[in-house]
Design a protein. Structure first.
Length: 196
């Protein structure tokens, strides 16, 4: 399928989604389970959708890019040097783009879940303690200070926002990796799936 045709299909889907409920385009944070379920149902997900494709879809819907990458090596080395554990993932909003950083020293399945969780915060329009200030910071790629600030605020989301992001990740996994859903009906079973 050509890029132009992909874009047309996405625009048609976007218009239809906005007509259905307007939940994706709304301005308030999504924290209720039913709203997260509706939001995920409005996304164009198939059994083969990757987290990168979902990020591209969300980028188009939001009108700003989402960049996904492992924590910078120097940042990881410094955290190890001072014996400070890094959160599995963080979202760093910048004026021109959103950045999702994740720990690379875990399984690919767990990395995917981490990324989906952070995309859940973005898609659900969550605001943590310092997220608004981070979004007003200097333009460009996140520097060491921006990533440090995001790491320090990790866990700074309200509990209902964390649950919504986790639910978002689980629901997306269930739709995009249906072979895992059958074995992951309980929290313990889902956790075992992350361990590969």
């Amino acid at each position: 399928m050509s890029e132009h045709r992909n874009r047309r299909c996405l625009l048609r889907w976007l218009r239809a989604a906005r007509r259905r409920s307007g939940l994706i385009a709304a301005a308030t944070p999504v924290t209720q389970l039913a709203d997260v379920e509706r939001l995920v149902s409005e996304l164009d997900l198939t059994a083969t959708t990757t987290h990168a494709e979902l990020a591209a879809q969300l980028s188009t819907l939001r009108g700003r890019p989402i960049r996904i990458q492992p924590y910078p090596a120097a940042f990881v080395a410094e955290a190890r040097r001072i014996d400070e554990p890094l959160p599995y993932g963080v979202w760093v909003p910048k004026p021109a783009a959103d950045y999702v950083f994740f720990r690379a020293e875990t399984t690919l399945t767990h990395q995917r879940h981490i990324i989906l969780h952070e995309l859940g915060h973005i898609c659900c329009r969550h605001v943590g303690e310092d997220t608004a200030e981070a979004g007003r910071a200097e333009p460009g790629e996140p520097d060491h200070a921006s990533i440090t600030s995001a790491v320090k605020r990790a866990g700074g989301f309200a509990e209902d926002q964390e649950q919504a992001a986790e639910t978002f990740a689980y629901l997306v996994e269930r739709q995009t990796r249906p072979n895992l859903s059958a074995a992951g009906e309980t929290p313990a079973a889902r956790y075992r799936l992350l361990e590969d």
